[in-house]
Design a protein around this ligand. Structure first.
Ligand SMILES: [Zn+2]
Ligand SMILES: [Zn+2]
Length: 354
């Protein structure tokens, strides 16, 4: 496989906070020590890209920045010192794109907690571009038989959902409640949880979303607006409550609800970013010995594991397919809460592995 690499490429960049993303012509980056250049075929679009565009995160991105962090493509150039990849390898390029590798957190497998953490499309140039330079230690091979578009959302949505479940420490047969189950991340969490042998209660709101959950065999779908969530969970768990709840819904109320659904010594994992603070009754918390913990993306190992579930057919990943040029309308739909499931933008239509 041979690649002719042009001097410039198209990249979707935020040039000014709060303004539409521009597709601009920029130089193709050169891979440095330990890095590879990837010719991207497509990239997923995530709500974080909306935050980067609008600058409403606690740490706004340094502009201009190329957005995107769910890229898939082929290695087309290898920097000095890279041993684990060869030209033509199909890789996915996730949001967790780098860490120092030698601090205590990194050595303990917690690179996402490293002070030198790099998140692509936010802190370093992202994957909504024709080419991407990535640290080879943070790229993951896409298993044979997995389509590019199926692999892309695993880079962020899939691995984040999978990691949150791992953090819950649950074993097969135990019960997990997933709040925001019909959303982009929740949908993956439901599938990973079922594949892990957990009993799953999926909570969301509205008839359309509840109906969409019913396609998952074995799930108990609950409408937060019309059903008695606590009553349903208690009746399914012999009156004790779930072993854990994972909150993807971006409201404080969802986490407060989750605290009422877990049993004594249960765990609530918070993933969704809510604008308002959570109210917690500390007496109940202490007496019921409940753990609340946060979870953020996943490591390279988590991503490999999450990808294996897809390769083995234990989960499905079928995002909506759009054009690269439609990036602004994709972002607007995400911002307006109109997006259904995940969306990928096709960058190089002729080179996709489907
Ligand atoms: Zn993301
Ligand atoms: Zn580190």
């Amino acid at each position: 496989m041979e690649f002719v690499i042009p001097p410039t490429m198209r990249a979707a960049q935020v040039l000014e906070q709060g303004k539409p993303v521009q597709i601009v012509e920029v130089p193709v980056p050169e891979p440095g020590n330990g890095e590879v250049l990837v010719k991207l075929t497509l990239s997923g679009v995530c709500y974080t890209d909306v935050h980067v565009r609008d600058g409403d995160l606690a740490f706004p991105a340094q502009l201009p920045i190329t957005i995107g962090h769910e890229g898939v493509g082929r290695v087309c150039k290898i920097g000095p010192g890279v041993k684990q990849f060869k030209i033509g390898d199909r890789v996915c390029c996730p949001c967790f794109a780098g860490s120092c590798g030698h601090c205590t957190d990194c050595l303990e497998g917690w690179g996402v907690a490293c002070t030198q953490l790099k998140l692509s499309g936010f802190m370093t140039p992202g994957t909504l571009a024709e080419y991407y330079v990535g640290d080879a230690n943070f790229l993951v091979l896409v298993p044979d038989g997995v389509k590019d578009e199926s692999a892309a959302p695993i880079c962020c949505a899939g691995v984040t959902a999978y990691k949150a479940l791992k953090q819950s420490g649950l074993r097969a047969g135990q019960t997990v409640v997933i709040l925001g189950a019909a959303g982009g991340l929740g949908n993956y969490a439901v599938q990973y949880a079922l594949a892990m042998g957990l009993k799953v209660v999926g909570i969301d709101k509205g008839a359309e979303k509840i109906e969409s959950l019913k396609k998952f065999e074995g799930i108990t779908a609950v409408d937060v607006e019309t059903d008695d969530c606590r009553g349903k969970v208690l009746s399914l768990t012999g009156g004790l409550g779930a072993h854990a709840a994972i909150v993807f819904a971006s409201t404080a109320k969802a986490t407060e609800n989750a605290l009422t659904l877990v049993r004594t010594r249960g765990t609530v994992i918070v993933v969704g970013l809510a604008p308002d603070p959570i109210k917690v009754d500390t007496v109940t918390l202490a007496l019921r010995m409940i753990t609340i913990r946060g979870s953020l993306v996943g490591t390279v190992t988590d991503l490999r594991e999450a990808m294996d579930f897809l390769a083995e057919g234990k989960i499905a990943s079928r995002p909506q397919i759009r054009k690269f040029e439609e990036v602004n309308s994709i972002l607007d739909e995400l911002a307006a809460g109109k997006a259904i499931g995940r969306t990928v933008a096709i960058i190089s239509p002729d080179e996709i592995s489907s």
